[in-house]
Design a protein. Sequence first.
Length: 230
Amino acid sequence: MAVQRALESARLRSSRLFCDAFAQHFVSRRWRLVIRASRVGAVRRAVEVLYDRVAGPGPRASAVARTRLIDDLVSDARSWIGQLVILGAGFDSRAYRLPGLEPVTVFEVDHPATQQAKREVLGRVLAGMVAGDPLAWHVRFVPVDFERDDLGRALRGAGYRDSAPSLFVWEGVTNYLTSAAVDQTLGAVHGLAATGSLLVFTYVDRAVLAGDDSRFPGDAPLDRRRPAQG
């Protein structure tokens, strides 16, 4: 996902759908060199063609489209939410790159190992941008394993307020979880969300997860990479 966002951000301002300057810091050194070279239009187009040939025609386009859509939803919600909860935050950087979110408390929920890796990168990247402790901003990190932990308890323990209207973002996560974990997470969000709150999430069609290529012939590469589902 970081690679896909970084490639889109390498486009000219007039043609890109968003700019995620943080994404390049979450990829390997080899990919950073590729992304840097992709600022040249001909190189970027060649990289995109090769990427789509290997990964399939859908993943990159889908990642770009959903990033822009959710960016717009988050930006539109700034005026009425008191809290933004990013479930399975991964290397999402909306809390740092979207303007106007400073008054909003952002809860980044993710697996402890992934979260630690992200914090280390952010500490370096934000050090020159934010005075004092770069991570003591408006973001609260909430370590959670969706398969095992109590999401509601973890969020409330981090200062989540049940009374505040919130936006929940659950992007690119559901297809990596068991059905029981998905149900449990949705139930927790229902119990946490105040009146007027909103949940936006992405999902992969059940046929894809079951390996049925008849309805989605372009999903074969995704099917090869998907984790086993319970």
